[in-house]
Design a protein around this ligand. Structure first.
Ligand SMILES: [Zn+2]
Length: 237
């Protein structure tokens, strides 16, 4: 029996929908990744860009925590998400928006290079009720506004409990990176390998713990091109 079939609660990472929305939210400055600690394992991350690679492209991620996560949990999620995205040449600037930490950037409706991530404790959105195994939903924006990601934290925690190696906060960061992959690659962008797989099993959780669940080389090229197009669109507004 394969490892996949013995893993009890494989969950679908996400569903992608296309909607129009009104943007808004709040913020604090992000910083560069250095290391990640899974439940039992610390993974040191090499963040130096390889020689000859193009300069990283900036993507603003504005995170609204509605699940009451600790600062440490949010920091671990940030480290994980920025680590994965840095591997495909994306300089993700993670800005935390909370009701008691308003910044002008949080109220800004954003543009093509902005992603708004809402972390909710339970599946309050109707879209989640009809997708009981989805951890997250990526809402691909129409027009020039920033795109949105919604993540149900209790479902992320449930998946993390399936592995002794992975903490929920690190897994949350990988889910954020997966959803940003959808926003840039399009709604039919699940893959047979890497972080864009639709379902994560024990093997993928081990890869999360060891820093190995990443975008494929092909996705790297397409992500870079898609974000570059958004940056050019943003500059043309
Ligand atoms: Zn997905």
């Amino acid at each position: 029996m394969s490892p996949r079939s013995t893993f009890s609660i494989a969950r679908r990472v996400c569903a992608t929908v296309v909607i129009s929305f009104l943007a808004g939210a709040s913020v604090s400055a992000g910083s560069r990744p250095a290391s990640l600690r899974g439940r039992d394992t610390e993974v040191t991350l090499a963040m130096e860009p390889a020689a000859g690679r193009p300069d990283p492209l900036r993507l603003d991620i504005r995170v609204r925590d509605l699940a009451g996560l600790t600062g440490d949990s949010l920091r671990r999620a940030e480290l994980a998400a920025t680590y994965v995205l840095s591997g495909v040449g994306i300089d993700a600037v993670w800005v935390l928006c909370t009701p008691d930490h308003e910044e002008p950037r949080c109220a800004d409706p954003g543009g093509p290079t902005h992603v708004f991530v809402s972390i909710v404790a339970k599946p309050t959105e109707g879209a989640f009720r009809s997708r009981p195994r989805a951890l997250a939903i990526a809402a691909v924006a129409e027009g020039a506004q920033g795109s949105r990601v919604y993540i149900v934290y209790e479902r992320v925690e449930a998946l993390a409990r399936e592995s002794p190696e992975v903490g929920a906060s690190v897994l949350l960061g990988y889910v954020v990176a997966h959803e940003i992959g959808h926003l840039l690659l399009g709604s039919h962008s699940h893959s047979a390998t890497g972080i864009m797989q639709a379902r994560w099993f024990k093997r993928e959780l081990h890869q999360v713990a060891t820093g190995g669940l990443l975008f494929t080389p092909s996705e790297h090229i397409r992500l870079h091109a898609a974000l570059l197009a958004r940056i050019q669109q943003d500059g043309a507004r």
